[in-house]
Design a protein around this ligand. Structure first.
Ligand code: HEC
Length: 398
């Protein structure tokens, strides 16, 4: 159902090349235009923040009550911090350039959450907030499968989306059998039906389906490389510089909430495996996370130990790198001692487990550690605990 929209979202590699000739279906559903609050008495109330969004594009946005989608919830959180309410301009097409031109740049809304933060997207007409996330492609497969790099796909059947970066990337590999699918939904179905061993597909939808339709059965490994991973941000029309600066001012304090929203929708936003053309580390945007390579002598060899270990350790690592790594570092490698979770055992000894549960359940909100009990089940958090146990620093000094 959403194939065309998803394709138009593959902006970095494709919007300017293969797809430029193809018309993206765009239907203006309803322009909920609010007249720009003429000062007719009420001086205090700020006008709503108007967001342009697609009503049928979960996990990102939707007009279904109770399921607004990741980007709309981020938009709501931002508006709330600014003391504003939100209104929507529904536009039934995803973030193709034409959509942006007909909505944001036609003053139909004040902001669009989740635009690709790349120089030539639509600058200088569009300006951006600080990065809020990373989006791209992921490898999806059984949890016990080792997925650390392209060579792990050797001899396997791999679903790739038509005209996508993964398809181009694997085109040269004779030792990997490609199965073309038209959408990430189809890729997940092929995986579920055993028609492929791995799906190399659009990560947000894969994560969302894994969470909502497949009971979290699969591991989802984000990949990194040219056209495989890019930062996203909130986009504004150029004259909205003041609003942009205001939003940038509140974004840092919203990071825990934003991380929790990613987890809620199952959308990966974590430390990727290096893949493809080995673009130098652009790690997860937020927080004090270290580049993936720091402290891990050779990235290519690192997962060998964990691959053989119990399944829940792997599942825990996945949750950890998807959510906790923003602040605690990929694979829990973190130079700042206070949030170095490899030191839990040393720090708490026999109280490690109880401290873990109390902290992850309730968080330490005043100190920037979110509460996770409404985000993950105890099973999932138990997996994270098992993973953290497997990486405790047992060295001698202090
Ligand atoms: C937005 C940043 C952020 C994210 C995301 C985050 N944490 Fe934390 N976490 C913190 C901070 C900051 C502290 C230290 C709080 C303090 O100073 O007491 C902390 C502390 C902890 C502690 C206690 C450490 C200690 O030595 O006392 C544990 C355990 C922990 N986090 C686990 C997790 C897990 C598991 C996740 C993912 C589900 C996670 N955190 C995600 C920011 C974060």
């Amino acid at each position: 159902m959403s194939a065309s929209r998803i394709k138009s979202n593959e902006v970095p590699s494709s919007a300017r090349s293969a797809r430029s000739g193809k018309a993206i279906r765009t239907v203006l559903l309803s322009a909920t235009l609010l007249s720009p609050a003429f000062p007719a008495g009420a001086e205090e109330a700020k006008p709503p923040l108007r967001l342009c969004a697609d009503p049928t594009n979960l996990p990102f946005s939707s007009d279904e009550p109770g399921k607004p989608g990741l980007y709309l919830e981020i938009g709501q959180a931002v508006a709330e911090k600014l003391g504003r309410t939100v209104s929507y301009n529904w536009y039934k097409s995803y973030f193709g350039k034409r959509t942006v031109r007909e909505t944001l740049l036609s003053k139909q809304c004040d902001a669009m959450v989740g635009l690709p933060l790349i120089e030539d997207f639509m600058g200088p007409a569009v300006i951006f907030s600080k990065p809020i996330a990373h989006e791209g492609y992921a490898l999806v497969g059984a949890k016990d499968r080792k997925l650390a790099g392209i060579d792990d796909l050797r001899g396997l059947r791999v679903a790739v989306q038509y005209q996508s970066t993964p398809q181009n990337l694997l085109a040269m590999r004779d030792d990997i059998q490609k199965v073309t699918v038209l959408s990430p939904e189809e890729g997940m179905t092929a995986l579920e039906q055993g028609k492929v061993d791995i799906a190399f597909i659009w990560a947000p939808v894969a994560g969302w389906l894994n969470k909502t339709s497949y009971g979290d059965k699969y591991q989802i490994v984000s990949t990194e490389g040219d056209g495989l991973l890019w930062a996203t941000a909130i986009g504004f029309a150029k004259p909205s510089g003041a609003l942009r600066d205001e939003v940038d001012g509140v974004l840092p304090s919203l990071q825990p909430e934003i991380s929790a929203l990613f987890a809620k929708y199952g959308v990966p936003n974590g430390a990727p495996v290096k893949f493809g053309q080995m673009v130098p580390a652009t790690t997860s945007s937020v927080g004090a996370s270290e580049p993936v390579t720091v402290g891990q002598a050779t990235a290519a060899e690192k997962p060998v130990q964990t691959a053989a270990a119990a399944g829940d350790v792997n599942a825990g690592r996945e949750v950890f790198n998807g959510t906790c790594a923003h602040c605690h570092g990929p694979d829990a490698v973190q130079a700042e001692r206070k949030i170095d979770l490899r030191l839990l055992k040393k720090r708490y000894a026999d109280d490690m487990e109880s401290t873990f549960w109390k902290t992850v359940h309730d968080g330490r909100p005043a100190k920037g550690m979110p509460a996770w009990k409404d985000v993950f089940s105890d099973d999932e958090l138990g997996n994270v605990y098992a993973y953290l146990q497997s990486v405790q620093d047992t060295g001698g000094s202090n």
